[in-house]
Write a protein that binds this ligand. Sequence first.
Ligand code: XMP
Length: 319
Amino acid sequence: DWTMGAYREEAIAKIRAQVGDSHVICGLSGGVDSSVAAALLHEAIGDQLTCVFVDHGLLRKDEAQEVVTMFRDNMNLKVIHADEADLFLGELEGQSDPETKRKIIGRLFIDVFQKYANEIEDAKFLAQGTLYPDVIESVSFSGGPSVTIKSHHNVGGLPEKMGLSLVEPLRELFKDEVRALGRELGLPASFIGRHPFPGPGLAIRCPGEITREKLDILREADAVYIDQIRKHGLYDEIWQAFVAILPVRTVGVMGDGRTYDFACALRAVTSVDGMTADYYPFSHEFLGETATRIINEVPGINRVTYDITSKPPGTIEWE
Ligand code: XMP
């Protein structure tokens, strides 16, 4: 892509001019945005970059290991794996209000990030994979007042607190442009094409109280669902797909026994930028096969529903 090739050179020059020979810290989430930001920064300033990967225990199956392996082992970036699942899950215990959950995660994320970042000597800059749509924090309904729907997970305020300047090399880009830039930088196609994953992670796909049991069930169900989507060649047609585990147990029957397990909802949407979305029109066959697989392969779930809400009026995530 000629345009992205030019953008990349321009972005690299800008980063070098801004940073000089100082050290930069970058939060790596495993999402496409921070991954592309990290790869771009690495190309621009090499060893002057250290990435901090905050593992809040709310990641998908095998995700932490995949991210660390790719960036540290395959791409030679300096990556600190901050395994803080106990801290996050401990503080989230008993909390069921969506905004409270988001705020706890946001606050701890900043604390943890700061703790690890403080150990990096001579850091003067903090890099973020902020995209253009992230810059818009509130949604305005036509005729109505401006309403904040969800507190977005970001590290706003942190740079000042830590005495760091901000580097935001993706700030002018939309998602599809970030992907094009990632391809340009040589990130694996499988990584670039990944569906977006929110900062608060599985917390917002586990409405109500979060428990380790529910998270484990959710991870397994989600892995089966994504496997189904890939097997049917649908992954790239979908903006985002995931499972939400519902805070309700329902009665079922399996073999000659009664079951009393969690219900889950499958979500899949098409979208251009995440601001609006349509539910994906899976075939009934696909849905039936997927439900059967999840119930057979994931202990703890005995009922599968499909979320057919578009955005608006729904949001993509459940919280
Ligand atoms: P909603 O649920 O608001 O989500 O329709 C729109 C898009 O944003 C993602 N999302 C987040 N991303 N931090 C993020 O980095 C967040 O706190 C957050 N909340 C939602 C969501 O996955 C979807 O792509």
